[in-house]
Ligand binder design. Structure first.
Ligand code: SF4
Length: 405
């Protein structure tokens, strides 16, 4: 299946490009107290090691804003400051960070937003307009009665149009809701009306397992429909898990091919090696690898080597030994007690070869945008029409949703 990505205008958060033909990037947010520089930097380093491409930190007060230079000096990926309520924190943060996120629903009067725009513009950094179902403007709550996808889309469109009307376009937008359908609908509605790049996510998605499922469904549907330029999976867990899930979503859709993709059989009565332990340990220990590699762990040789034909390298259980294979061809037998270390060494050396060849998954996303023709989401927009009673407060029309359920 070919995914035709929505053609958005491109912005740059530090050295990471977002939108246009850039790959969908994966970001996360620290869970430490930002004022605790040591703990925050330690978590940032673990996120960087896991491949996180953009890192956001909460800036709840001026002490946190003043910690930003020390944090920024000790990290390599772009830093985003997350600001609510007090625009003065955004002004301070803009001196240091690569992007500022504000929420139009709680930043207050327009002049405060205008000051933030001037600050980010002066520093040449983009703004993220982060609309959230839990903090919509009062006039939209009165209009819609309660948070809806239409209210979220209208809030985001109003903010984007207001910024564009004063000549500011260096921004990305997020429309977050914890309800998966509401988030999908809101992003879809917005995508019909603007070419602004989108940060996609399901907010407060849940624990590592439930949050991963909700995010995979919501973000998976959006990405399959070409919507989304950067993503964050929100989990009540170690943020490193967010990065892992984010890349797994993109790898499943073949939008990114970064790192190892472990193919493990579910095991059955024929299993001859500890597939579960091996697969989990491989994922844990090989998370630093950037080259795209399919690694297969299969319980037996009955179907094993054949089933693992698509894998670059893999292991299958034999009679008291492991069978190491590459591209479906047997390489050698490995004693049981050496299986794990042998596989790790082999994968690392294969990864080095691939990295030396310049294996880079950014080409995957570029290809997704090329020759896409008219994206399906645009056609859906035309098909559903634009009823006159769906107008944003700036008078622009908002389309109704396609019948996707
Ligand atoms: S590879 Fe072997 S052990 Fe694994 S599910 Fe298939 S038959 Fe069972």
């Amino acid at each position: 299946m070919h995914i035709s990505r929505r053609k958005t205008r491109q912005i740059a958060v530090g050295r990471v490009k977002i939108g246009g033909d850039a790959p969908v990037s994966v970001q996360s947010m620290t869970s430490t107290d930002t004022r605790d520089v040591t703990a925050t930097v330690e978590q940032i380093r673990r996120l960087e090691q896991a491949g996180c491409e953009l890192i956001r930190v909460a800036v709840p007060d001026m002490d946190a804003a003043e910690a930003l230079p020390k944090i920024k000096a000790q990290m390599t990926v772009p830093l985003i400051a997350d600001i609510h309520f007090d625009h003065r924190l955004a002004l301070k943060a803009a001196e240091v960070v690569d992007c500022v996120r504000i929420n139009p629903g709680n930043i207050g009067a327009w002049w405060k937003t205008a000051e933030v725009i001037k600050a980010v513009n002066d520093h040449g950094i983009p703004l993220r307009v982060g609309v959230n179902g839990g903090s919509l403007e009062r006039h939209l709550l009165e209009k819609y009665g309660y948070p809806t996808a239409e209210a979220l889309a209208e809030s985001a469109l109003n903010a984007v149009h207001a910024l564009e009307d004063v000549g500011f376009t260096n921004m990305k937008v997020s429309l977050k809701a914890s309800d998966v359908h509401m988030a999908m609908d809101a992003y879809w509605l917005f995508a019909q009306q603007s070419n602004c790049p989108l940060h996609i996510g399901i907010t407060e998605a849940g624990t590592a397992m439930t949050g991963a499922v909700k995010s995979s469904i919501g973000l998976g549907w959006l990405l399959t429909n070409g919507i989304g330029d950067t993503l964050r999976v929100s989990l009540a867990a170690d943020p490193v898990e967010e990065v892992k899930v984010g890349f797994e979503i993109l790898k499943s859709l073949e939008l990114r091919h970064r790192g190892i993709n472990v193919i493990a059989c579910p095991t059955c009565g024929r299993v001859e090696i500890d597939v579960v332990r091996l697969a989990n340990e491989l994922e844990q220990r090989l998370g630093h690898i950037k080259a795209p590699l399919n690694v297969s762990v299969l319980g037996c040789v009955v179907n094993g080597i054949g089933e693992g034909k698509e894998a670059d390298i893999g292991i299958a259980g034999g009679e008291g030994v492991g069978i190491l294979f590459k591209k479906g061809k047997l390489v050698r037998k490995v004693p049981m007690e050496e299986l794990m270390e042998t596989l790790i060494q082999e994968v690392e050396s294969l990864a080095k070869e691939k990295e030396a060849e310049g294996a880079d998954d950014s080409a995957v996303a570029v290809a997704a945008n090329e020759g896409a023709g008219e994206p399906p989401w645009a056609l859906s927009g035309q098909a559903v029409g634009y009823p006159s009673d769906h107008r944003s407060t700036l008078g622009r029309e908002i389309p109704v949703l396609p019948n996707k359920r």
